[in-house]
Design a protein around this ligand. Structure first.
Ligand SMILES: *Cc1c(COP(=O)(O)O)cnc(C)c1O
Length: 408
């Protein structure tokens, strides 16, 4: 095998699901057979052209792929430096990248003969995407959602119910995303025969982080082709926002072996990355530990208790991060930075005003970092940022922060 293939950043994970010292499968003995079965099925599907033909058909006609590669001309001009492109994944059906992955997992579930789909959700975006695809295929859908989140995210709870899903409020722990994921894992063990667990980000035990990354890689594959077509060369910098890390891994993965491409992941800095821990920056402000079946960077206190963190963007407040990101950070292949609530809000407004695009608060974090670096870069420097979600869902949060009352 050629040396460059051995050293490829795109070779991971190993057969234990490890990216360096991260990842793996730290699960109970009862869960292990399920995980192994899933892995075997995924390995089969991965090399089956029939599987990808079905995916492509749905991506094209149901999701609306490929998403455009858009030159943000006025934003580039306003910042006065680099040439900025946006990968428009907010134009997907359901308004974000989540459906790319959900489709893949549900097609896999169908191949495995599973009729009941379970999922965890925090802000509700993954729950909505899962409920959507379950409706499309007439599958039973059960979504675990922390009780606190059920109260905070009423519109998404209603959407899931309209789509025929059962939403189960989780009261264990602190009643948020972390606890919803624990309950979903428990459900899976008890209902092995007919149930498939659809995870919403590059987290969980192996093979989930690699599988979700593979499904989301459609973002980076398209981006690579599109920018080559538009500009005749690769981008100089690619940037994406990180909650669990799936849209970022999806954009990054096809570029990992292109040494000339600078890769930047943007975490939610909340009220600032310091000891108050009012942020969700697992990589820039957390420590390594084990959660949800894998080893990665986590928000935790000095006793190893998982902390909830804070972000203006509900979609970014997962206390961990995909293990592959932890590894890419240690390998220094990707850089990780954080952006505060205030900076994200400013970017949100600038995007609305200069491009006529209302972004979700999550990609507003990526955009805020673009605002920081673009002015100092030359005019021929190409930046591609992932516009991973649209902002319709966030207007109430933004209004509140701007001191505007829009509740009727
Ligand atoms: C869920 C979500 C995220 C965070 O999840 P990742 O796995 O980090 O991509 C980011 N942006 C949007 C729009 C989301 O819905």
């Amino acid at each position: 095998m050629a040396d460059d293939l051995v050293n490829s950043f795109m070779n991971g994970p190993d057969e234990q699901g490890r990216f360096g010292i991260y990842g793996g499968r730290f699960v109970s003995e009862t869960l292990m057979p399920l995980i192994l079965k899933l892995e075997a099925e995924y390995e089969r599907a991965k090399t089956d052209p029939g599987f990808w033909a079905e995916m492509n058909d749905l991506w094209t006609h149901y999701v609306g792929r490929p998403s455009p590669m858009y030159h943000a001309e006025r934003l580039s001009e306003r910042l006065g430096g680099a040439r900025i492109y946006m990968k428009r994944d907010e134009l997907n059906h359901t308004g974000a990248h989540k459906i790319n992955n959900v489709l893949g997992q549900i097609l896999l579930a169908r191949r495995m003969g599973k009729t009941r789909i379970i999922a965890e959700t925090g802000a509700g975006q993954h729950g909505v995407a899962t409920a959507t695809v379950c409706a499309r295929f007439g599958l039973q859908c059960v979504v675990y959602m922390g009780k606190t989140d059920v109260e905070r995210q009423a519109p998404n709870v209603f959407r899931m119910r309209l789509l025929g899903a059962e939403v189960i409020p989780v009261t264990s722990g602190r009643g948020t995303l972390k606890d919803a994921m624990n309950d979903a894992l428990r459900d899976w063990v008890t209902n092995v025969r007919d149930t498939f667990y659809c995870i919403g980000t590059v987290a969980g035990p192996h093979p989930y982080p690699a599988m979700v990354r593979d499904f989301q890689s459609i973002i980076g594959k398209e981006a690579r082709e599109q920018i080559l077509q538009r500009e005749g060369r690769l981008p100089d910098t690619i940037i994406a926002a990180i909650g669990g890390g799936s849209n970022a891994m999806g954009l990054f993965f096809p570029f990992l072996d292109d040494a000339s491409v600078r890769i930047i992941g943007v975490e939610a800095g909340g009220k600032g990355v310091d000891d108050r821990m009012e942020h969700c920056a697992s990589l820039t402000g957390g420590r390594a530990g084990v959660l949800h079946g894998n080893r990665t960077y986590l928000l935790q206190d000095e006793n190893g208790q998982i902390l909830e963190g804070h972000s203006i963007s509900a979609g970014l407040d997962y206390p961990g991060i995909g293990p592959e990101h932890a590894w890419l950070k240690d390998q220094q292949r990707a850089e990780y930075v954080s952006i505060t609530d205030t900076e994200a809000l400013e970017a949100f407004q600038l995007c609305c005003e200069t491009e006529g695009i209302i972004p979700a608060l999550e990609p507003s974090h990526a955009l805020a970092h673009v605002m920081k670096i673009a002015p100092d870069l030359p005019a021929d420097h190409l930046i591609v940022m992932n516009m991973c979600g649209r902002g319709d869902k966030d207007i109430f949060t933004v209004a509140k922060h701007l001191g505007v009352d829009i509740q009727t």
